[in-house]
Design a protein around this ligand. Structure first.
Ligand code: NAP
Length: 489
């Protein structure tokens, strides 16, 4: 099979309908919307465009399945997740190609994401059978306290396009483990990976109605009635802070439980005593994973004045050498951005920084090729007034700013409404711990440019969100605590 034929066959084989109550169905209106390949700008295929009524049918299916699913033995739910974990690995080649075609990231990164996505299923399969409670004597004696955990109930899960599968399994895994049914709405730009995942979950034995997938390019109109319905008990959202704020307001109406994984503005700090080569490699990891289209991407790089020139030269050399191209092609390390708007925004942020005095060490200009590409770019001397100091760049642009003291850099790093992750590079253990404790983020990477790990609690503070996904506490987001008081005669 030629490469093109293989691409076509993977797209043809992917489900493109809504998945409601265990059945594949067209949108009730018959409407569809197009999915593009960001590396060419051409249409890959069309998928069902759900109406608000379709969304409600999915939620009703989830609600109808809730009681029986909550009563399923934890081991049975764990086994479903483990079967899905194995199926994801068995099909990793086709799934990675599908993800690359709809999202653009290089095949190796898509494979990495599917392995990461599968790991959430294994992690939560192990957690499903470890949910426990308590038994306590009341302080005054007499009564006893019995404490138990129960599933929250039917949950709405909304995911972004940048990690089309892992952001889903990070929610579906704990929902299934806890005994919650759900309606998932993937991003309109990347629905195919989630639909393929629904097929795998059904094969893994997840009962009808437990996981429903609704695709739409009119997210607000479809999701708001579900949020306000009184039927859903929880919203778990990953996406931008702007949309997260709006959804929190909607959730207030019925006082829904919420988990919010929102935007970031990560600082990447290099102290003068750092191993400079390790810091450059860490910067490439923190910046170039997903072409910078990650909430955890290093958005502001603060480098001590003593080492900024050497760091900038090394980083620019390595960034310039990264092959850019279609993610399906051999050796490509940097794929396209998600769409033309993203490409325009990155260019505007770079132009703004340069107009305010930043110097381009490499990159800085979009080419004329088809697709939404942007070259790996390093800027130095980026002033605090630049827009990219305050907004998510979401592209392969590393902006360097010099600093002189620890106090100054901690204050600068904290001077943002976001609080997801920061990175710091130093060989001084006391400094590493002092700075890590002073940084106002949910996560800190010390001498490493990647923090994501299914076994670790992922999440932010301030406007970066509420709650944690993964780790030992990730399942708690889908559990309620019930206390039963018992009088002892
Ligand atoms: P987005 O525009 O906020 O969209 C996220 C999801 O919300 C998509 O499925 C989107 O649907 C949906 N949505 C948009 N408006 C909605 C509405 N009014 N009601 C209900 N749903 C709505 O974010 P994005 O551009 O896809 O993703 C990038 C953002 O996600 C960045 O800010 C990034 O930092 C953040 N992110 C955070 C984490 C984390 O763990 N903290 C992880 C990954 C990404 P449509 O696609 O149809 O618009």
């Amino acid at each position: 099979m030629t490469d093109q034929a293989r691409e076509r066959s993977v797209v043809e084989a992917a489900p493109k309908q809504l998945f409601i109550n265990g059945k594949w169905t067209d949108a009730s209106s018959g409407a569809t919307f197009d999915v593009l390949d960001p590396s060419t700008g051409k249409v890959l295929c069309a998928v069902a465009d759900a109406s608000p009524e379709d969304g409600m049918a999915a939620l009703e299916a989830a609600a109808a399945a809730q009681t029986a699913f909550a009563a399923t033995p934890p081991r049975a739910r764990a086994d479903m997740l483990m079967r899905a974990f194995h199926l994801l690995h068995e099909r990793i080649d086709a799934l990675a190609l599908l993800m690359t075609l709809e999202m653009g990231k290089p095949l190796a990164e898509s494979r990495g994401e599917i392995a990461y996505a599968a790991e959430f299923f294994r992690h939560f399969a192990e957690e499903a059978v470890r949910v426990n409670g308590g038994y306590q004597v009341a302080p005054a004696g007499g009564a006893r306290f019995l404490v138990t955990k129960q599933p929250v109930g039917p949950s709405l899960l909304i995911t972004p396009w940048n990690f089309p599968m892992a952001m889903g399994t990070r929610k579906i895994g704990p929902a299934i483990a806890a005994g919650c049914t759900s309606v998932i709405k993937p991003a309109a730009q990347t629905p195919l990976s989630m639909l393929a995942l629904a097929e795998i979950l059904a094969e893994a034995g997840v009962p009808e109605g437990v996981v429903n997938v609704v695709t739409t390019d009119n997210a607000g109109a479809v999701m708001e009635p579900l949020i306000r319905s009184g039927v859903a008990r929880k919203l778990s959202f990953t996406g931008s802070t702007a949309v997260g704020r709006r959804l929190l307001e909607q959730c207030a109406d019925k006082v829904l439980r919420t988990s919010m994984e929102l935007g970031g503005n990560a600082a990447f700090i290099v102290f003068p005593d750092a191993d400079l080569d390790a810091a450059v490699d860490g910067a490439i990891a923190a910046k170039m994973r997903n072409s910078g289209e990650a909430c955890t991407a290093a958005n502001r790089m603060y480098v001590h004045t003593d080492v900024i020139d050497a760091f900038g030269t090394k980083l620019a050399e390595k960034m310039a050498a990264l092959p850019v191209g279609r993610g399906v092609d051999d050796g490509v390390r940097v794929g396209p951005l998600i769409d033309a708007a993203a490409q325009r925004k990155v260019q505007q942020l770079v132009t703004d920084a340069v107009e305010r005095g930043a110097k381009v060490l490499t990159g800085g200009e979009t080419g004329n090729e088809p697709g939404f590409f942007y070259p790996p770019t390093v800027l130095t001397g980026v002033p605090e007034s630049a827009r990219m100091r305050h907004e998510e760049i979401f592209g392969p642009v590393a902006p360097l700013t010099p600093f002189t003291s620890e106090e100054e850099v901690v204050a600068a790093a904290n001077d943002t409404e976001y609080g997801l992750v920061n990175y710091l590079f130093t060989n001084d253990l006391s400094r590493a711990l002092r700075v890590a404790e002073a940084l106002e983020t949910g996560m800190v990477g010390i001498n490493q440019g990647v923090v994501s790990n299914p076994a670790a609690p992922f999440g932010g503070v301030k406007a970066s969100g509420l709650g944690r996904e993964g780790g030992p506490t990730g399942i708690e987001e889908f559990l309620e605590t019930k206390y039963i008081g018992i009088a002892l005669a």
